[in-house]
Design a protein around this ligand. Structure first.
Ligand code: ATP
Length: 186
């Protein structure tokens, strides 16, 4: 049993990592951070390549035994539809049941997802939210967990790089160094 946490991760930041760690702890499961090749709702936002986003994830999770990076979507047709990803994982790892971790924002979009009715047969859906947040329950949602609120977005990180400001403490040091070394987001 592993938990999947998908996203663009352009780049991964401490908000993602704090949420993933809290989820790993609450669920007592390993969390695989899964970069999308291209997200159906966010086609304009990519600045780093899929492989660069995955490499930044590798750097970000180094040393955390609860975390792994799942690259399956990088080899699937874009855009990445979760149902198709879960089927590909089931084909690769028959017998492994997955939990799908979603932020409350993504959970709100659930009804519009491609083939959403097949989701429960493929994975248990767990939604995470900041303390006190109201999550609209949906019959597809198995559980809601609270994670500490960290008000960082990848948009903020990219914008700060673009305007020459510091991203120290917003992303892991190794990610900050990678962004600088590859000239990303300028
Ligand atoms: P962008 O600013 O480019 O839209 P983002 O920071 O929201 O990106 P994504 O890669 O789109 O990052 O996020 C993947 C998942 O991580 C989403 O489900 C989102 O809810 C969640 N997430 C993003 N930022 C945070 C945060 N600060 N705290 C908790 N969860 C977050």
């Amino acid at each position: 049993m592993d938990t999947l946490f998908g996203g663009t991760f352009d780049p991964v930041h401490l908000g993602h990592l704090v949420a993933a760690e809290a989820a790993a702890e609450a669920l007592q499961m390993r969390v695989r951070l899964m970069p999308a090749r291209e997200q159906p709702f966010k086609r304009e936002a990519h600045v780093a390549s899929p492989e660069q986003r995955a490499e930044m994830l590798d750097l970000a999770i180094a040393g955390n035994p609860r975390f792994a990076v799942e690259r399956i979507e990088l080899g699937l047709p874009a855009p990445s539809y979760t149902v198709l990803t879960l089927r590909a994982l089931a084909a690769r790892e028959g017998g492994n049941r997955f939990t799908l971790l979603l932020g409350a924002d993504a959970a709100a979009d659930l009804p519009q997802w491609y083939e959403v009715e097949s989701l429960p047969t493929l994975a248990d859906i767990v939604v995470f939210a900041r303390p006190g947040a109201v999550v609209r329950r949906h019959r597809l949602i198995a559980r809601v967990i609270e994670v500490p609120a960290v008000d960082i977005s990848a948009t903020l990180v990219r914008e700060r790089v673009r305007t020459g400001r510091s991203i120290r403490y917003l992303v892991p040091d190794a990610v900050r160094e990678y962004v600088a070394a590859h000239g990303l987001y300028r």
